[in-house]
Structures are given as structure tokens and as C-alpha cells.
Design a protein around this ligand. Structure first.
Ligand code: NDP
Length: 310
């Protein structure tokens, strides 16, 4: 372990982590970014990104992240391509361990994001970005005039389905039960939408298609009968899992769904530990909102350091 006490360690390298790094590097905090073994976050798994401002023709998700990485390195942020293995926030300086190194730091920004939940079907993974998505706001536009299936019975499924009807010719919501977790108002809105059809009490058993999605195979739970729903789009809306285990164990307050709860602006219940992006935000979940929060967390960390400088 080196004795160096860093000013700021950022954990995570999606738009939140890298924007935090950009601001912190330009504020001469020499941030260290624990970027993970597969850096870049969820945008590495998307194709075309058309809703990140500044790219009139759109940009591929991995290219956007590569650009962000280059930009932060230009200002001297140090990137560590390892996963964070444990953290100790019990006293100053904080400790952040990877598999091979331990870093001491005065402040930390947690920007580890959240992963969309998937059903776990092999073809669901194979067709990711080829008709399979977990983000209607990101990818809905590509389904103009097409038929789409949305999986889930919560608010996300209702919201995604409603949003998708702006583009798709039809949306079929497939839900595994007859009762819905979704709030009454969101469910009523989907039910009132003439482009949305519901199939309840059914399990998705396969996603069909060679190069792109061509249909979704479902099984009716009561009869066991199988059916193919023709569709060119497949949207999983079965929740997200924030990457917070490490931090909850270290005393960072999380809510019942595991999301970090910021206390004052971006600061968590532990002074000097800040949060940005999807790891606390289950509502907006956009690259641009995550980037905005990364900026805020860096400014808050900078202010904290200025106030605690001996
Ligand atoms: P939820 O956990 O509320 O719902 C997940 C849905 O997916 C449930 O219907 C669940 O079924 C289903 N599901 C989960 N796992 C599987 C599986 N393996 N196979 C089939 N179906 C599965 O997640 P949401 O993302 O919908 O919402 C998360 C939070 O965000 C909620 O608090 C919600 O209110 C909020 N939100 C609010 C919005 C708004 O206010 N505009 C918009 C979107 C989300 P089952 O019901 O059987 O468990």
C-alpha cells in the first residue's frame, strides 16, 4: 500500500464517474478513477446514442465512453482498470481496495451505476442491441412502425410501453401474474392506450430471431400452451439492481431497493462520501442526467476538501 493520500477516488466509469473525473481533474484534485475491469458502464452495451446533446448524427455508446475517457485522461485523471473489492469509510483517510492495490483518500464519489435485470435467456443476451433492450427512452426511436413486446408489470413496464407507442405500431405487455405492481394511474394509462395489448399470467421462454429479433415465445401459465408473439423489439422492464453491496456493508445508507440515499445535495450519510448517477437514481437513469450528477458530486467533493483543508 502506498502512503499517498489522494484527494478524491471515484468508483465507477460510466457517464457519472467520468464527468466527475473531468470536473475534479480540471479543479486539480488529481482524481483516481477505479474504472472496473470492463469500464464505461451501461453505454458500452448500447449501439446508437441519439439523445446525448452535442452529437447531431448520434454516436455509438462505446465511442461516447471512449471519448469521455480520453477527455479525462487529457486533464490528468488516473484510471485504474480494476474492480473495487472493498471500502472502509469508518475513519479518515478512507480506504478503497481493489484486488491488487489499496488507496487512501480524503473523499470518494460512488458512481457504480445499476444494471438492468434480464430474464437470463441465452437468446436475450445474444440479441442485445439487435432488438433487445432495457431502455425505451434510449432505443424506442429505432422501432418506428414495428411491433414490440415489453416484459414486466411494474411502473417501468407501463411507462416504457406507453412511451414506445409513440413509435411502435403495437406494444404487447407480457406479465407473469394477473395482478400488477404498477401504480393504478400508470396501469390505467396503459390500459386506455389503444396501441397496447396485455398478455398476463404468461412466462417468456425464448426470444426468436437470427440477426435481429423476430418474435417472443411465451408460455401461458394456466394451460401450459406456448405462443409466438411476432415482434421486432423486446424490452425487459423487470427492474434494475444498483451496484451498492460494497457500500451498504461499509455503512452507506441505502433504501429498501438497495439504492444509495443522498443526504445533502450529493453527499451520503458519511461526510466526504458522495454519490452520482444510477446508483442512487432509479427514476431518470439517463446518460445525460448521470453526467450532470457526476459534475455536481465533483463540485461538492471540491467544496468539502476546501472546507476541510488544514
Ligand atoms: P418493479 O420492481 O416495481 O417491477 C418489476 C416488474 O417486473 C414486476 O411486475 C415483476 O413481476 C416483474 N419481474 C421481475 N422479475 C421478473 C422475472 N424474472 N420474470 C418476469 N417478470 C419479472 O420495478 P420497476 O422498474 O417497474 O420500478 C422500480 C421503481 O421505480 C418502482 O418504485 C416504481 O414505482 C418506480 N418507477 C416510477 C415511475 C414513475 O413514477 N413515473 C416510472 C418507472 C418506475 P411481479 O409483479 O410478479 O413481481
Amino acid at each position: 500500500m502506498s502512503d499517498t493520500i489522494h484527494k478524491l477516488v471515484i468508483i465507477g466509469s460510466g457517464p457519472a464517474g467520468l464527468t466527475a473525473a473531468l470536473y475534479a481533474a480540471r479543479a486539480e484534485l488529481a482524481p483516481l478513477v477505479i474504472a472496473g475491469i470492463s469500464p464505461g458502464g451501461q453505454l458500452m452495451l448500447t449501439t446508437e446514442v441519439e439523445n446525448f446533446p452535442g452529437f447531431p448524427e448520434g454516436i455509438q455508446g462505446p465511442d461516447l465512453m471512449q471519448n469521455m475517457l480520453k477527455q479525462v485522461e487529457r486533464f490528468g485523471a488516473v484510471i485504474v482498470n480494476e474492480n473495487a473489492a472493498s471500502v472502509d469509510f469508518s475513519s479518515q483517510p478512507f480506504k478503497v481496495k481493489t484486488e491488487t492495490q489499496e488507496f487512501l483518500t480524503k473523499t470518494v464519489i460512488i458512481a457504480t451505476g445499476a444494471d438492468a435485470n434480464w430474464l437470463g435467456l441465452p437468446n436475450e443476451q445474444r440479441l442485445r442491441g439487435k432488438g433487445v433492450s432495457a431502455c425505451a427512452t434510449c432505443d424506442g426511436f429505432f422501432f418506428k412502425g414495428k411491433e414490440v413486446v415489453v416484459i414486466g408489470g411494474g411502473d417501468s413496464a407501463m411507462e416504457e410501453a406507453n412511451f414506445l407507442t409513440k413509435f411502435a405500431s403495437h406494444v404487447t405487455i407480457v406479465h407473469r401474474r394477473e395482478e400488477f405492481k404498477a401504480s393504478k394511474i400508470m396501469l390505467a394509462r396503459a390500459e386506455a392506450n389503444p396501441k397496447i395489448k396485455f398478455i398476463v399470467n404468461a412466462t417468456v421462454i425464448d426470444v426468436l430471431g437470427e440477426a435481429t429479433v423476430s418474435g417472443v415465445k411465451i408460455k401461458h401459465n394456466d394451460t401450459g400452451a406456448e405462443e409466438i408473439v411476432e415482434a421486432q423489439g423486446y424490452f425487459a422492464a423487470i427492474g434494475h439492481t444498483p451496484a451498492t453491496k460494497l457500500f451498504a456493508t461499509a455503512g452507506v445508507e441505502v433504501n429498501s431497493k438497495g439504492y444509495i440515499v443522498p443526504k445533502v445535495f450529493t453527499e451520503t450519510n458519511i461526510p466526504g462520501v458522495f454519490v452520482a448517477g444510477d446508483v442512487h437514481d432509479h427514476r431518470y437513469r439517463q446518460a445525460v442526467t448521470a453526467a450532470g450528477e457526476g459534475c455536481k458530486a465533483a463540485l461538492d467533493a471540491e467544496k468539502f476538501l476546501a472546507e476541510h483543508e488544514q
